[in-house]
Design a binder for this molecule. Structure first.
Ligand code: FAD
Length: 446
């Protein structure tokens, strides 16, 4: 296999990595690559939809998984699928939605791979109902850092399985995954949208929706202040009995980096106000294709270019239920005071802990929003991180580029167990990433 010099970035484009990359097409080739020796380690990279440096290895080697994307077997009697880890959610919907099957859960983009979804233990708009992606994995074939193969599951090498779910690629390269698709009777959802006038109303309605709705997600105007703070639109949805009439839809693209000044507090404020007023005070209900509901941002390819060449950060934290009302209020106050927020923030509930030692989910409320990269934004993110920590919360590694090692260690109480597993399978630290070095995930050598 030949290695190619490449520049890779995360989706937020704030972190860059100059790497030697290889794009194997066969599992056997990938196994051979892991047997090599690399001065600065090697790392799997899916489609780079993580915002920060989780999929990067500056100065080191990268194994691009996108061509390891075959469906291996499917049992329509119970939806059990075995596929290679480079298969995307888009591939799954294209192949299986017409047959009446959906992935059990999905992130807010279809352009993420199954390997990436497992390595970040991703959650969707139905976390209270079904948990995160890792909860559905029956087994994995993992290429260990030494190039040996291991089948891992909740019963076969369970500690290694738990380290791989949400393990940000550090236990090796996932080659195959086995999980169950969910039966659905249409490819559409009935969506109800309601205006929420302020944060208290939002939190109360989300707390009800998490018990009753199939899907729920809130869009918050992060620029609103005073009595309007936390206002936005709550969407709840259920699988529809029949399909929405098909409308031809064409994905659009942002062709170039927009100049940084296009996004300023005024333009963002106008957009957010218009979004809020889009839904009448009485609310509305409509049936729409599930792709449109799950992946609203995928309709515009390269939307990350609207933030210009300097890129943007995404902040995402979860705050446990008991502290959520106070914690969310403090976060939104800090964001609206700084006038630094951008388009709609996303507020969702999460139903419980993930299976992975570094899984992000815990039972609580999670807030996610983008910040154009400007002077002072990293200070604001440090303040938000401190608020999250004070309220028992944690930051999502899939979105992060700025967290510090000490805060990370306080947020992830099973880090010691994770390190222990890695010391067992990868004492020479053959797998490395920019994220693992920044957050000192491996810790001091034993
Ligand atoms: C618009 C948008 C919306 C999003 N919405 C959500 C959401 O609602 N919920 C959510 O949880 N996340 C969300 N995300 C984040 C995204 O789902 C995760 O970052 C996901 O991991 C990206 O998958 P990827 O294939 O691009 O992986 P990459 O970003 O390329 O890699 C992510 C991690 O997985 C590891 N990895 C990748 N493939 C393998 C493999 N085969 N074996 C081992 N390790 C591997 C990498 O080393 C890296 O650590 C969103 C991202 C975007 C851009």
């Amino acid at each position: 296999m030949t290695w190619k010099k490449m520049t890779l970035t995360g989706w937020g484009r704030t972190r860059r990595a100059e790497v030697d990359a290889c794009r194997p097409e066969r599992g056997q080739t990938a196994i051979g690559l892991l047997k090599g020796r690399y001065d600065r380690g090697i790392l799997a990279h899916g489609l780079g939809r993580s915002y920060g440096d989780a999929p990067l290895n500056d100065g080191g080697n990268i194994l691009l998984t996108e061509r390891l994307n075959r469906m291996v077997s499917f049992d329509p009697s119970d939806g059990t699928l075995v596929c290679e880890a480079g298969v995307t959610f888009d591939d799954l919907l294209t192949a299986f939605l017409p047959r009446g099957f959906l992935p059990p859960t999905s992130p807010g983009t279809a352009f993420a791979t199954i390997g990436g979804a497992i390595a970040n233990d991703v959650h969707g708009k139905n976390h209270d109902r079904v948990g995160s992606f890792g909860d559905h994995v029956l087994w994995l074939d993992l290429i260990l850092p030494t190039g040996e193969m291991a089948r891992v599951s909740p019963t076969e090498r369970p500690e290694l399985f738990a380290a791989t779910i949400g393990g940000v690629g550090l236990t090796g390269v996932i080659l195959h995954a086995c999980f169950r698709l969910r039966r659905v009777f249409s490819g559409s959802v009935d969506v109800r949208e309601r205006r929420m006038p302020d944060l208290d109303a939002f939190m109360a309605s989300l707390s009800e929706a998490r018990e009753t709705a199939g899907y729920s997600v809130g869009w918050i105007d992060g620029m609103a202040r005073g009595g309007d703070m936390g206002r936005g639109i709550l969407e709840t949805a259920e699988t529809a009995a029949t399909d929405a009439p098909a409308k031809p839809s064409k994905a659009r693209a942002v062709p170039i980096d927009l100049p940084g000044f296009t996004l300023n507090p005024l333009s963002i404020n106008l957009f957010n106000q218009a979004y809020y007023r889009r839904v009448s005070a009485e609310g509305r209900t409509r049936t729409m294709p599930i792709r449109q509901f799950l992946y609203p941002l995928d309709a515009i390819h390269h939307w990350n270019r609207i933030y210009g060449k300097r890129g943007f950060h995404q902040f995402q934290a979860v705050i446990p239920d008991a502290e959520a009302v106070a914690g969310m209020r403090k976060l939104l106050e800090a964001i609206s005071e700084a006038r630094a927020g951008s388009f709609l923030a996303v507020l969702k509930t999460l139903g419980g802990e993930g299976r992975g030692l570094l899984s992000f989910p815990t039972r609580g409320y999670t807030l996610a929003l983008d910040f154009p990269r400007r002077d002072g934004v990293e200070d604001l993110m440090a303040r938000l991180t401190a608020i999250a920590l004070d309220h028992g919360g944690r930051i999502y590694l899939a979105k992060d580029a700025v967290l510090d090692a000490a805060s990370f260690a306080r947020m992830y109480p099973k880090l010691g167990d994770f390190r222990h597993v890695l010391d067992g399978i990868d004492p020479d630290r053959r797998i490395q990433s920019d994220l693992s070095r920044r957050l000192d995930i491996r810790g001091v050598s034993p």
